[in-house]
Design a protein around this ligand. Structure first.
Ligand code: C2E
Ligand code: CA
Ligand code: CA
Ligand code: CA
Length: 277
C-alpha cells in the first residue's frame, strides 16, 4: 500500500507529456478539448446472452484532435486522471450521454447506459449529488445507469469512495467491477463494496473456449460470480465460438466486435434494426 502511494505520487509529478503512445497529447490540449467540444462519445451495445436483447450501451469517449486525428481513451484518460481533469471530463461524458439518451427516448429507443468512472470521480464528495441531479434532468432512473469502476490503483480516499458507492447503490444505481481479473484488488473490492455485477476483461474472454489456461481463469471467475449472486458481462466477444462458449457457461451478457463495434450515436438505431429485427 505504501509503495502504491509512492508510485502514485511519482506518477502525479511526472511531466504532463509522459507519453504512453506515439501521439503524445498534452494536458493543456486536453483541457482545451473539453471546453472546445472536441470530445465525443461512442456507444457499444451489451446484449443478453439469454435472449439476445440489448441490455445496455457502454459509453466510450473519444477525442477528435484538430491535428492529430482521433485519439483513443487509452491515450488520454490517464492524463486526465493525473492532471486533475477527469472530473470535468467525466461530467462532460455523462451529460452528453444523458442528452443522447433523451434523443433516443424520443425515437422510441429505451436503453440503460453503462458509464466508466475513475477512482478520482468517486473521491469527490459531491459526485453522487451531481449524478442524481443530472439524471433527473434526463428522465432516467438510477437503475438505468450502470457505473463501471476499475480499481487501477490503490484508493487515496477510501472512506469517501465507500461513502459514494454505498449511497449510489442505495439510490438504485447498478455497480459493476470493470476489467475484473486485471485490477489492483478485485477481491478486496467485492468484499467491501456492494457491487452487483462483474465485467470480465477481454483477456479472459476471447479464446476462453480455445485455450485451457484462459478457460480455467474464466471458469473460476464465473464460479465466484455465481456464488456471490453477481451478473457477469463478458467483454471482447470477437467470434461465434466465443459467443457459444459463453452461452454454454451461463454467462449473462456479452459485448464485443462479434456483436457490434462502438458506434456513433446516429448508428445505434440502424444496428438495433439489423440486430433485433
Ligand atoms: P473498457 O472499459 O474495458 O472498455 C472496453 C474497451 O474494449 C473499449 O476500448 C472497446 O472499444 C474495446 N472493445 C470492445 N469490444 C472489443 C472486442 O471485441 N475486441 C477488442 N480487442 N476490443 C474491444 P476503448 O473504447 O479504446 O476504451 C479503452 C478504455 O478507456 C476503456 O476500457 C475504459 O477503461 C476507458 N474509457 C473509455 N471511455 C471512458 C470514460 O468516459 N471515462 C473513463 N474514466 N474511462 C473511459
Ligand atoms: Ca468499461
Ligand atoms: Ca475500464
Ligand atoms: Ca476491459
Amino acid at each position: 500500500r505504501e509503495l502504491g502511494l509512492l508510485m502514485d505520487k511519482l506518477l502525479s509529478q511526472a511531466p504532463a507529456r509522459l507519453a504512453r503512445n506515439n501521439q503524445s497529447v498534452t494536458a493543456e490540449e486536453l483541457r482545451d478539448a473539453i471546453t472546445r467540444n472536441e470530445l465525443f462519445n461512442e456507444y457499444q451495445p451489451v446484449v443478453s446472452l439469454v435472449d439476445g436483447e440489448l441490455a445496455s450501451l457502454e459509453v466510450l469517449v473519444r477525442w477528435q484532435h484538430p491535428d492529430k486525428g482521433r485519439v483513443m481513451p487509452d491515450q488520454f484518460i490517464y492524463l486526465a486522471e493525473e492532471q486533475g481533469l477527469i472530473d470535468d471530463l467525466t461530467r462532460w461524458v455523462i451529460a452528453e450521454a444523458l442528452q443522447q439518451s433523451l434523443r433516443w427516448q424520443k425515437a422510441g429507443i429505451h436503453c440503460a447506459l453503462s458509464v466508466n468512472l475513475s477512482m478520482e470521480n468517486l473521491e469527490q464528495l459531491s459526485f453522487t449529488d451531481w449524478l442524481l441531479k443530472a439524471l433527473e434532468d434526463a428522465d432516467l432512473k438510477p437503475w438505468d445507469l450502470i457505473l463501471e469502476i476499475t480499481e487501477s490503483r490503490p484508493m487515496r480516499r477510501p472512506e469517501i469512495v465507500l461513502d459514494n458507492l454505498t449511497r449510489l447503490r442505495l439510490k438504485g444505481f447498478k455497480l459493476a467491477v470493470d476489467d475484473f481479473g486485471t485490477g489492483h484488488a478485485s477481491l478486496a473490492q467485492i468484499r467491501d463494496i456492494p457491487f452487483d455485477q462483474f465485467k470480465l476483461d477481454r483477456s479472459f474472454v476471447h479464446a476462453a473456449g480455445k485455450e485451457r489456461r484462459i478457460r480455467v481463469m474464466f471458469e473460476s471467475a464465473m464460479g465466484l460470480a455465481k456464488e456471490l449472486g453477481l451478473e457477469i458481462t463478458a467483454e471482447g466477444v470477437e467470434d461465434e465460438e466465443d459467443w457459444h462458449f459463453l452461452r454454454q457457461h451461463d454467462c449473462h451478457k456479452a459485448q464485443g466486435y462479434f456483436i457490434a463495434r462502438p458506434l456513433g450515436a446516429d448508428k445505434v438505431g440502424d444496428w438495433l434494426n439489423h440486430w433485433g429485427g
